[in-house]
Ligand binder design. Structure first.
Ligand code: ADP
Ligand code: MG
Length: 264
């Protein structure tokens, strides 16, 4: 583990306080503590020892090259991969024995790798499906209206089939669908993957806007500049282990991180 200082007592950066794009109700961001996660696929170790903390209201980036265990980490937190070892504590509550569908109502939502929308359903229907674990069904229509306000591009396309939209538009929908669960921790798996550069900036802006309402964010990216550029704290994962962590800006300028990325 590199000796970069943890960012827990540093001053929040200005961009985390930026305009939320309207009078959004403040959310009490959740705290996530993942300790010593170990996960294997058919006996082959994918994560050997992953420990990550997301402090309430923070954006935490988990960066690393392809195949290093980023998605496995998010899936383990969401309950989609079984832990061989380790612990997950969400706002003080141990959750690692809960099935995935019981973790969502506690306030965690995963925007998965590759978006995983329902391409033959409309935008509106995809949003509705994002609320499947909510017990306040009467309020779902209000939430959809709010999402269409927040994402004007989705309002234009509300009755269009999701699969007919561009990659960037689909990513916006995937994030909006993730927000339909009313998360206090939003996890995003490579939201910039496969989308046009102008949409990458929009997606990063949206993540910051969501964070500005109070929601804690765990952002997984291969693109370290993009992810660390908007994060408060960062972790670097390599072959299933956290090899560095620290203040996001410090990591961004750290020579060791560059070497890891270049495979030196
Ligand atoms: N469903 C799976 N079955 C078997 N091996 C897998 C599966 N998913 C991922 N792996 C392996 O686990 C390791 C970590 O993968 P992954 O978490 O997807 O990495 P990343 O998201 O960083 O690209 C890789 O070696 C990958 O081949
Ligand atoms: Mg992945």
């Amino acid at each position: 583990m590199n000796a970069l200082e943890p960012a827990s007592n540093s001053v929040p950066r200005a961009n985390a306080q930026s305009d939320a794009g309207g009078p959004a109700k403040p959310v009490r961001g959740a705290r996530l503590q993942a300790s010593g996660l170990r996960v294997s696929y058919d006996g082959v170790l994918a994560l050997s020892d992953v420990s990550i903390v997301v402090e309430p209201g923070r954006i935490v980036a988990l960066v690393g090259g392809n195949g290093n265990g980023k998605s496995t980490t998010l899936r383990a937190i969401a309950g989609l991969n079984r832990l061989d070892d380790g612990a997950l504590v969400f706002d003080g509550q141990p959750i690692h024995t809960l099935p995935a569908h019981l973790r969502v109502p506690l306030g965690m939502s995963l925007v998965p790798e590759g978006r995983r929308l329902f391409p033959r359903h409309t935008v509106r229907r995809n949003l509705e499906l994002g609320a499947y674990t909510r017990d306040d069904k009467d309020e779902v229509a209000d939430s959809i209206a709010k999402m269409l306000d927040t994402f004007p591009i989705l309002r234009e396309r509300a009755d269009q089939l999701a699969g007919t939209m561009s990659g960037g538009e689909q990513q916006m929908l995937a994030i909006a669908r993730g927000l339909m669960a009313k998360p206090r921790l939003l996890m995003l798996d490579e939201p910039s993957w496969g989308i046009a550069p102008k949409f990458v900036t929009k997606v990063l802006d949206v993540i910051q806007q969501v964070n500005a309402t109070g929601v804690s964010i765990l952002l997984v990216e291969q693109n370290l500049h993009k992810a660390l550029g908007i994060a408060h704290h960062g972790y670097v994962i390599q072959t299933g282990r956290i090899v560095m962590q620290g203040d996001a800006q410090a990591l961004l300028h750290d020579e060791q991180v560059k070497k890891i990325y270049l495979g030196l």
